[in-house]
Design a protein around this ligand. Structure first.
Ligand code: ATP
Ligand code: MG
Length: 370
């Protein structure tokens, strides 16, 4: 309870500073109870203006009243109407650096919304810029709770900014070893996200823990999928290396298909379960790009298997199937959703992930800056 209140207090303070809508405090009974019995009364404490909690209600009174009224859907409409531009964005902290660019936590002045803005330097012609913008159009149509919300993109000088929904739990690559019952719920969301993209004939092409985002509400969303071939190609020109999560057939330069995304899903979840990259001979220090020769063992050797004593039989089987060396032997999208591991955890229980994310953030905060 103490951890929950302290976490809530810091969230409220941040929301107040950012001029955001203050989320009501949700109280859940202790984590040790069986998940189905938790918060059976749907307990919520209203901390908005006029409510008993004076600290938080004062915070919410300080907000501009219009920001309280705007629904998320309305905001999405406003933001997606081509109205995103640099003038309305105030960059705050750096959330992380990738191979292509830098992701910032930012405040959108006109909507009062917190965003994640990925800024990628790209020295390309105006023609190519236009092509990228038109290829990104499909992102406005993506509508799934398992895919990161897209608010818009714009070019300023030689860089593109991609504005997306901010996820307060960040990406899964920084979470060390994740327990199986949490990982199961995360896997369900990731499989649903991938299935949604595949249904739109979009291959993700960059499935890896740093492209799986979580938030304190227990949501899990995919980001950084390759909708714009031109953007992917333009970024690829600026850095060298091969992605360690790539399927063997892709490392060998063969054709890429849904099955290659399935491999990357398998190796990512194996890493998240073990708390280390599954091939001991591959040291991933920073980022996921490696010299091609170092990844040759993925092509040459048998796939690693999760230790059966430590993990459940369905989980071990799920990973083994996804990491079959032959692409055609890996599960098809419909088989993934019907796999016993996914079925077992497809119970809609976001609380398990939510509690775990909150606990991990609290631990990180109490340890202070590393
Ligand atoms: P790569 O460039 O190889 O894809 P990456 O995924 O680690 O590597 P970025 O996509 O640039 O690099 O992201 C950098 C970091 O920013 C991520 O690891 C994640 O922690 C953070 N991040 C990205 N998008 C968001 C978001 N929407 N909300 C919160 N944090 C984010
Ligand atoms: Mg990324």
């Amino acid at each position: 309870m103490k951890a929950m209140l302290s976490y809530y207090y810091s969230t409220v303070m941040e929301q107040q500073v950012n001029g955001q809508l203050i989320e009501p405090l949700q109280i859940y009974p202790r984590a040790c109870k069986p998940p189905g019995k938790r918060n059976i009364h749907g307990l919520k404490v209203n901390t908005r203006a006029g409510a008993a909690n004076s600290g938080a209600s004062a915070a919410s009174e300080a907000l501009p009243s219009n920001s309280l009224k705007k629904s998320s859907a309305e905001l999405k409409k406003i933001l997606a109407n081509g109205q995103m531009n640099e003038q309305d964005i105030r960059y705050r902290d750096i959330l992380g650096h990738g191979n292509g660019g830098t992701v910032y936590k930012a405040y959108h002045v006109r909507s009062g919304k917190i965003l994640a803005v990925k800024v990628i330097p790209l020295d390309i012609t105006l023609e190519l810029q236009k092509q990228i913008m038109s290829e990104l159009e499909i992102l406005y149509k993506c509508d799934s709770s398992y895919i990161i919300g897209f608010y818009g993109a714009f070019f300023v000088e030689n860089r593109i900014s991609l504005c997306t929904e901010f996820m307060d739990g960040g990406s899964l690559d920084v979470y060390r070893k994740i327990p199986e019952h949490v990982l199961g719920r995360i896997a369900v969301a990731v499989v649903k996200g991938l299935t949604y993209l595949w249904s739109l004939k979009i291959l993700h092409r960059d499935v890896k823990p740093s492209n799986m985002l979580v938030n304190t509400r227990g949501q899990v969303k995919l980001c950084d999928f390759g909708v714009s071939t031109q953007l992917v190609n333009s970024i690829a020109k600026t850095y060298v290396g091969t992605n360690a999560y790539m399927a063997p057939e892709r490392i060998s330069g063969e054709q890429y298909g849904i099955h290659s995304d399935v491999w990357s899903l398998g190796i990512s979840f194996m890493e998240l379960a073990l708390g280390r990259f599954p091939y001991p001979q591959i040291q991933k220090n920073q980022g996921s790009l490696m010299p091609l020769q170092l990844l040759q063992c993925i092509v040459d050797e048998e796939s690693p298997v999760l230790p059966a004593g430590e993990f459940s039989e369905p989980f071990v089987h799920f990973i083994t199937q996804c990491m079959k060396k032959q692409p055609k032997e890996r599960p098809a999208p419909e088989d993934l959703m019907g796999h016993p591991f996914v079925v077992q955890y497809n119970d809609g229980n976001a609380e398990v992930v939510s509690m775990w994310v909150c606990r991990m953030l609290e631990e990180r905060r109490s340890q202070g800056p590393q």
